[in-house]
Design a protein around this ligand. Sequence first.
Ligand SMILES: C[S@@+](CC[C@H](N)C(=O)[O-])C[C@H]1O[C@@H](n2cnc3c(N)ncnc32)[C@H](O)[C@@H]1O
Length: 504
Amino acid sequence: MVTLMRWILWRPFGFGFSRRHLKVESCGITESESSIPLAWVSLIQKPNRTPDIFSLDQRKRFSTMPEIETNRRDSELFSPPSDVRGMTKLDRAAFKKTVTIPVLKVRKEIVNKLMRSLKKAALQRPGIKRVIEDPEDEESRLIMLDPYKIFTSDSFEKEELSILKQLNVSPQISKYNLELTYENFKSEEILRAVLPEGQDVTSGFSRVGHIAHLNLRDHQLPYKHLIGQVTIDKNPGITSAVNKINNIDNTYRNFQMEVLSGEENMMTKVRENNYTYEFDFSKVYWNPRLSTEHSRITELLKPGDVLFDVFAGVGPFAIPAAKKNCTVFANDLNPESHKWLLHNCKLNKVDQKVKVFNLDGKDFLQGPVREELMQQLGLLSKERKHSVHIVMNLPAKAVEFLCAFKSLLDGQPCSSELLPIVHCYSFSKDANPAKDVQQQAGTVLGVSLEACSSVHLVRNVAPNKEMLCITFQIPAAVLYKNQTENQETHDDPPLKRQRTDRDF
Ligand SMILES: C[S@@+](CC[C@H](N)C(=O)[O-])C[C@H]1O[C@@H](n2cnc3c(N)ncnc32)[C@H](O)[C@@H]1O
């Protein structure tokens, strides 16, 4: 809540502060040296004292006073009070602080007109009204101005002065004691004031429905509950804050998490690329940073294509593909993912187009995938024009599952253009990650993929660790039983070199 304490006529500092000088000073607001004119600073420090009108001499004298030195260390006008430093349990009341703000008194009927021209000069703070009633004159309003920009009537830009003149408004600045509360500080300002000086402040998080998913560093852990609560308070729609407490090394790739603040309920609903997914975030894998990758793969698919999603999670490849009229076979070993995958297929009205399995990836490939490929690529399907795609998004392990393709099918190989296209994800810490992934996959399959695969950089997951997707058609020599090298070169035209998405 913003409380008017008092406003009195503010006289400019006088000839000693030229406009130019003030502008230069105002550039450094994030530096440790305060750029606020000393008179403003004194008012911040002593909110209950009626501010005097300072002459230049007084200002000079004032600058040597001890509280000014304190303020210089305290630095920013809009920082929370310094005594919140080290707070581990959030006490919102401790964030109250009074600052003195320059204001312009204007007739109420011209406020709207004037505000359009004073956009740059007006105060911009969360939850603070820029125009308030004048407690001394109901026909007037006070326009709050940015104290880093406006110090005296000379601080206005030429155009601003001209509009003030046109509207017959005196550019004389008055001052106003404004009470700032917890609500008026930004998340980063609060955490910067609370956490030890000079240490990193994290206000970044992944949003999963109503959940903010943080990944706090060790020095932030003593403040974890406060950080969680501030994250909830400052982000509308977030009602729960969780922290990752281990690396994602369990089978089902879901995070072990601790609820820092807010709702314990991890049942959530997210929208991604216009589809809706519901799931229990504590039991399944979901990463909002993969939405671009999900749509990149979906865009490669054409209506009628077949998609096998070996590690489907709760459906972010399978559901958009089914909406595109592809035939989809989606699998996940985690019974919870399987449950939510079924649910999400219904939710997005594609349950008739997706066959859902709860198998180990290898069993899925050697069972339902094999059976379907035998049909799709077999003699009965000579006329087929559609492609078969196999998505394998389990970057820590998917490459190992490629061995399931070796001699998977019997009989005569299909024509080369019908060979299934694999999109297999992997991590790499190598200096040449694309080549590394090509070698990883090639080694498992026993062929070189360097001339016949493309590699796409999905994202940087950690310093020097990339997530990549290698795309290639499974060579007939790998996919079909009893294929000798000679037969392969005879039956198949040479595999085309595919485009590399990124030059590594
Ligand atoms: C990285 S997540 C990807 C999920 C989804 N495709 C996505 O993009 O969000 C990997 C998924 O593989 C599943 N999984 C892990 N090991 C598996 C296995 N051996 N067989 C099948 N699924 C497995 C996990 O349960 C998890 O849902």
